[in-house]
Design a protein around this ligand. Sequence first.
Ligand code: AMP
Ligand code: ZN
Length: 309
Amino acid sequence: MTEASESTTPEEAYLRALIANGLLIPMGVDGVYGRSAVFEDVLDRFGALVSGWGVENGAEAIRFPPVMNRHDFEHSGYMKNFPQLAGTIHSFCGNDRDHLALRKKMEAGEDWTADQKAIDIVVTPAACYSLYPMMAKRGALKPEGALFDVYSWCLRHEPSLDPARMQLFRMREYVRLGSAEQVFDFRQQWMERGQKLIASLELPASLDVANDPFFGRQGKLLADSQRELNLKFELLIPITSTEKPTACLSFNYAQDYFGQLWSIPMADGTPCHSACVAFGMERIALALFRHHGFDPKRWPESVRRTLWG
Ligand code: AMP
Ligand code: ZN
């Protein structure tokens, strides 16, 4: 074994294998890839499997573009909690003279980005984030609450050689708004349903309590409290490591955090509670390729039937 291959991590090895098999196409930035038709087909088939429940249960499906209103983003508190992950968008807003200066800087290989100005949109950090400002405008919830199906490309600035940690990936979510009881029941049911869904794809999985990567010293306290209150669970599937399996689904109970923040009232005027189940679409596809091989035509018949019917 050469020194180089000895120092290759299992994550890098799996990334190389995915690229060698044409499933991911490198773009020169860690965590940003093109996807092959085979990869997309697997991801879409899993999406179709998830859709059934939403249709049966009357979830309102909404597709937002992969950006959100910057003012809504500022209001969401994302920069307080996860500034390291956010992806803001900047643009040239100058005149002819500024343009000349920009071109000179670029030609000289100098940093030209500092003169760009933040525009009115940022890249979506989680699929459900555009939903709360929309709900704030709709007024009080009906007594039965509300249920949504959202799907978006999301950006998290966490460059990595682990193919399961991408900077741009797709998140599908069911989001439930309502009373504490309605919302808690929804999350409980999905923790069970999620495990069955993944088992139907013959993937090993385990459920565990989790926390979000809150930034800084203050963030440690928030993460500890999130864990103590059991606000976040994840369904973990081994992809590149059995000791450190990857979170492929998450089950979040936000209490009345978003209800208060966005002033989304229940029929009785009190702020609503909310919960969401999030599916990391690429991670699930990567888990399937890991456990069943790079060629879906050769996957176990039962898995093929579950996905392709
Ligand atoms: P989170 O809001 O962090 O719980 O993310 C929701 C889901 O998105 C997770 O359960 C993951 O499956 C997926 N996810 C989160 N971050 C990434 C990432 N960097 N790359 C790919 N998938 C991710
Ligand atoms: Zn969510």
